[in-house]
Design a protein around this ligand. Structure first.
Ligand code: ACK
Length: 319
């Protein structure tokens, strides 16, 4: 392709450094599907230049993806090219050429999403408690008593929180706002290493530190900061709010936030000062961090750097 006939968009879309031959990719089962996207498990030949097949995850659009969704996937590709951190999902390559669909190839996280992982731990406990009675503890959104029902060590939960804060601290240093931080978008690789994923909605911050969302799509209301709900404003500090919700998800082993509250009612409740209660299974210290993340004024919320330090201290206390 000559310089004269390549548009600006196609220049950012294809990238020789990352291009992977489609014929070297064997797609396997679907790992998950969203409204427009699909993630498939696959085997990639020689992607690590080791003359071997490596298990990878391939992100693509479903048939009904529009141009805007395709742009979101390209934007995710472009973000991933810039980042390299142990707690952020790693880009391995992409198939952008030869008229086929766009494939983004990332490292495979064999333990799946943190949300599923946490809920599975809980399900094991359901069968256990069912034998001793009272399964009502496990209604979605309900709390789990720390002493009685949690089989996953508290230090492990804190380690997940610490790793997410660490990855987010890196992203904010890179001037990237995630905009959809939630345990469903955090993956676990072997060794329970956290990988922040799903950059579809994330944006580079070129001007100032605020991103104003232009169009209304499906929005993750229960993870959104008060200013994002009110004015579509996204900053590093709105990611910090979402991180507070992630801490709540971790402490409840993957419950859905604001149980019983409809998304329509949430904004008024938050505006009136309502915040989620401390989960039974949560330390006072971790809950106080959640409340800091949910302060109405974004400037009063801690940075990810401060959150890493706080979680570090909490982890040390468990040793
Ligand atoms: O909880 P899961 O099994 O793990 O369901 C979701 C689903 O796809 C939609 O995001 C899974 N998934 C996404 N990316 C990856 C990946 N890189 N490695 C493994 N599973 C993934 C995720």
């Amino acid at each position: 392709q000559s310089a004269s006939d390549s548009s600006n968009t196609s220049k950012t879309m294809s990238d020789v450094k990352w291009e992977f031959p489609r014929e070297n990719l064997i797609l396997e089962e679907t790992l998950g599907e969203g409204e427009f996207g699909r993630v498939m498990k696959a085997q990639a030949w020689n992607i690590t230049r080791q003359q071997e097949y490596v298990t990878v995850a391939v992100k693509m659009l479903k048939g009904n993806g529009t141009h805007a969704e395709e742009m979101d996937l390209f934007s995710e590709f472009n973000m991933l090219k810039e980042v390299c951190h142990p707690n952020v999902i790693r880009l391995l390559g992409a198939c952008t050429q030869k008229g086929g669909p766009l494939y983004i190839i990332v490292e495979y996280a064999d333990l799946g999403s943190l949300r599923c992982f946490l809920r599975k731990t809980r399900r094991l406990e359901v069968s256990y408690t069912c034998q001793v009675g009272n399964p009502t503890y496990f209604v979605d959104g309900g709390d789990i008593s720390r002493q009685q029902f949690r089989s996953i060590p508290w230090a492990e939960l804190l380690s997940f929180a610490w790793q997410i804060a660490n990855g987010m601290s890196y992203l904010s240093n890179m001037k990237l706002i995630h905009r959809d931080l939630a345990t469903r978008n955090v993956l676990l690789a072997s060794g329970k290493v956290v990988k922040i994923s799903d950059f579809g909605l994330s944006r580079d911050v070129y001007e100032g530190e605020t991103y104003l969302k232009r169009s209304k799509g499906r929005v993750p209301v229960k993870w959104m900061a008060i200013e994002s709900l009110e004015d579509n404003l996204y900053t590093f500090k709105s990611d910090v709010w979402s991180f507070g919700v992630v801490l709540w998800e971790i402490a409840t082993l993957g419950a859905t936030p604001y149980p019983g509250v409809t998304p329509e009612r949430l904004f008024q409740l938050l505006k009136a000062g309502y915040r989620m209660e401390k989960p039974n299974a949560c330390s006072d210290e971790l809950y106080s961090v959640m409340l800091m993340c949910w302060r109405e004024n974004p400037h009063d919320r801690p940075s990810f750097k401060v959150l890493v330090t706080k979680l570090d201290q909490m982890l040390l206390q468990t040793m």
